[in-house]
Design a protein around this ligand. Structure first.
Ligand code: A2P
Length: 332
């Protein structure tokens, strides 16, 4: 299969290429795409060098699949152009996620919603993916009433510029081209993406709206606070969930242990809990610190950690493509 990766020189794009190789995705020709700034660069895939090309060259090549991760405006401008030549687009940006006719998919949770008509499929926000991975089976069993989530997000979620900022600051330098309005090293910034009219950030509202769409439940009550911290390995979330139905904590733990793609890492007596370093370079979502919220009738607290570049972005996108092959919507 001819596969284009749009944003191939970026953090998520290069992870997509790594994941395609690791999972032995049936690529016959890789088409790495980036901006004109990257012309002349090559990308190594399965021992072969592929030249980085521009958007127009990639569309002319008519790939069967395009994985996009080059920001919202690139997706808005180009996803439909790829779809028009018959390419199926899996888009990691937020451009199409809340569009009425576009499916927003975490394969383990709602892979069943994809049909052969879907030519642009949206990959959810990284913090949303790891949260719904842990919550969807609990929602089916006990009906979630309300979620209160606070995130502690890695700089890798912002992109290569933010990693450079953190590394320069750690080396004692003034960041040459900072991604954030403040120093991130030794700091925590309570702003991810822009502020909206309701004083939530766009990232926080993505978690609210996307969770409802993926879990197909507009009644769900969710409130989110998203924080950037100077971490590289992955995103962490403190999640408080109130259920409509009563439960036993052991049932919750059993359900999480039985959820494909989720690993329960929770032995408080042995100081065992997930951390960004635990999740780094792993595809699974790690859940720990699971305990009853003693202030309400049917509530729990938990701590959810995942590598935002992998399950939060690249791995989920490649899993969507694998599902398309499995359903016969993409031919190898
Ligand atoms: P480039 O490296 O040429 O700028 P990150 O999020 O890690 O910063 O990566 C963003 C990715 O999106 C990079 O691969 C970047 O390419 C790519 N990109 C940015 N703008 C465009 C554009 N207009 N057309 C194609 N790719 C783009």
């Amino acid at each position: 299969m001819k596969v284009a990766v749009v944003g191939a020189t970026g953090l998520v794009g290069s992870m997509m290429i790594k994941v395609l190789e690791e999972r032995n995705f049936p690529v016959t020709e890789l088409i790495p795409v980036a901006s004109e700034r990257s012309s002349g660069k090559n990308v190594l895939f399965k021992g072969k060098n592929y030249p980085v090309v521009t958007m127009d060259t990639a569309i002319q090549a008519i790939p069967q699949l395009a994985l996009f991760s080059a920001g919202g405006s690139v997706s808005l401008n180009y996803a439909e152009q790829f779809a028009a030549v018959g390419t199926v687009v899996v888009d990691n940006s937020s451009a199409w996620r809340m569009h009425e006719h576009i499916k927003l998919v975490v394969p383990e949770v709602n892979g069943h919603v994809i049909t052969i008509q879907d030519k642009i499929i949206a990959n959810p926000n990284c913090s949303t993916i790891q949260m719904v991975m842990a919550l969807y089976r609990l929602h089916l069993a006990y009906h979630i009433k309300r979620i209160v989530v606070s995130t502690y997000q890695s700089v890798t979620g912002t992109g290569a510029k933010a990693v450079t900022q953190l590394m320069e600051e750690r080396a004692g330098k003034i960041a040459s081209d900072p991604a954030y309005p403040y120093q991130i090293d030794l700091n925590a910034i309570p702003q991810i993406d822009v502020f909206l009219e309701n004083n939530y950030t766009k990232e926080e509202m993505k978690m609210v709206l996307e969770t409802k769409k993926i879990l197909n439940d507009e009644e769900l009550k969710i409130t989110a606070t998203a924080i950037r911290i100077p971490v590289m390995g992955g995103h962490s979330e403190s999640v408080n969930v109130e259920f409509k139905k009563p439960f036993e904590l052991t049932q919750i733990i059993n359900l999480l242990q039985d959820t494909k793609g989720v690993i329960v890492t929770d032995k408080p007596n042995e100081k065992v809990y997930p951390m960004p370093l635990t999740a780094h370079d792993r595809d699974e979502v790690f859940v720990g610190r699971i305990r009853r919220d003693e202030s309400v009738d049917n509530g729990i607290n938990m701590w959810i950690v995942a590598d935002n570049l992998r399950k939060g972005a690249a791995t989920n996108a490649v899993q969507i493509a694998e599902l398309l092959i499995h359903k016969g919507f993409l031919k190898t």
